[in-house]
Write a protein that binds this ligand. Structure first.
Ligand code: AMP
Ligand code: MG
Length: 341
């Protein structure tokens, strides 16, 4: 019953449907996509810790996912007007993330695989963020700015792996924005609040700027901005803070473009929703003749559609996993995954 299902021909006219389950952290997502890149549904429920202003307890999030998995699946199938028998492969995020959350997704996917006798594929969440961008925008071989809460990496495909060519040495860009927004008295997530405020000033206040080769660090910027909160106009400080952080990212991109010779740039991850980043990146790309690709927001945030997409690509290239291979790996990096499609 659990033998590896045969490889599928990706050029086959036959429609293949993949159901993806995302559960690496506080988001439980389910998406369905087919082998032409058509989206059928992409919905999610997000755990929010009631008793703290920021952060959450991993086991509380896992319990939330257990409670919501079946209702969310029912909603997804109803919205897509599909039944489980229509699904060809079940994909889930097996890495990286919080072990309790990952375990719920893996267990749910295994249960569905056994109950409905469907092939199963576990995928890396970070690779999924990159691949859904390519599926939805048609970009061929971009330099990726992967920037979410915890991650900020500049990534490029090199043969059969995604290589991290530059990255933050301390915190992720999203966490930087959220932390500073909380210090200013705004709620979580603060990234969208600072993003709006960015356009309310053009008065630049000097702040620390830390780029080391192809890497960058944000803690000096954060500490210095925190110390200025009571001393300068909020709008000026936010504009300068956001501008400095994004300028650092773009400097690393400039070096990465020259190193990798890529002709396209794509932003993925939650901070890709930023209008400030978009406006700075637009002029950056124009000046350098590089094509810019932005991924629709629902596909940028943690979501099940990207898991369905990568699971389907891996299924077509390699077949499915044996059940005993469907173990989670909380620490797997994007550059540890072999890509053979
Ligand atoms: P992710 O970890 O990929 O789910 O992304 C979540 C992060 O994206 C959070 O840190 C948010 O503050 C950040 N974010 C969401 N929308 C925006 C925005 N419009 N501008 C800047 N950051 C944002
Ligand atoms: Mg993510």
């Amino acid at each position: 019953m659990f033998s590896v299902f045969k490889k599928k021909n990706k050029n086959s006219k036959h429609r293949l449907l993949s159901l993806g389950i995302e559960s690496t952290a506080h988001t439980l997502g389910i998406g369905i996509i087919d082998n032409s890149g058509k989206e059928y549904v992409n919905i999610k429920r997000q755990f929010k810790q009631e008793d703290t202003a920021s952060g959450f307890k991993p086991f509380d999030a896992a319990n939330f996912h257990y409670q919501n998995a079946l209702p969310l699946l029912k909603d997804a199938l109803t919205k897509a007007n599909l039944k489980m028998k229509d699904i060809d492969v079940i994909s889930f995020s097996k890495s990286p993330g919080l072990a309790p959350s990952l375990s719920v997704g893996a267990t749910f996917a295994r249960t569905l695989s056994i109950k409905y006798n469907k092939p199963i594929v576990g995928v890396n969440h970070c690779v999924a963020h990159l691949e859904i961008g390519k599926t939805l925008t048609g970009a061929k071989d971009p330099l990726f700015i992967f920037t979410s809460g915890a991650n900020t990496q500049i990534i490029a495909r090199n043969y059969n792996k995604y290589r991290v060519v530059g990255e933050t040495l301390d915190m992720g860009l999203g966490n930087l924005l959220d932390t500073f927004a909380r210090d200013l008295g705004y709620g979580f997530p603060g990234g969208p609040v600072l993003d709006k405020m960015y356009f309310e000033s053009t008065n630049y206040i000097d702040l620390p700027y830390t780029v080391k080769g192809m890497d960058l660090a944000f803690s000096g910027l954060l500490t210095s901005a925190q110390k200025k909160i009571e001393k300068v106009k909020k709008e000026d400080l936010v504009y300068s803070f956001v501008h400095t952080a994004y300028a650092m990212v773009l400097e690393v991109c400039e070096r990465a473009l020259s190193y990798t010779k890529k002709k396209e740039i794509m932003v993925v991850g939650g901070v890709a929703a930023s209008k400030a980043l978009k406006s700075m990146l637009e002029s950056f790309c124009k000046q350098r003749g590089v094509k810019m690709f932005l991924v629709p927001i629902a596909a940028c945030m943690d979501n099940g559609l990207m898991i369905a997409d990568l699971g389907l690509k891996e299924y077509i290239a390699n077949g499915s996993n044996k059940l005993e291979e469907t173990i989670i790996n909380p620490t797997e990096r994007v550059d540890q995954v072999i890509i053979n499609f």
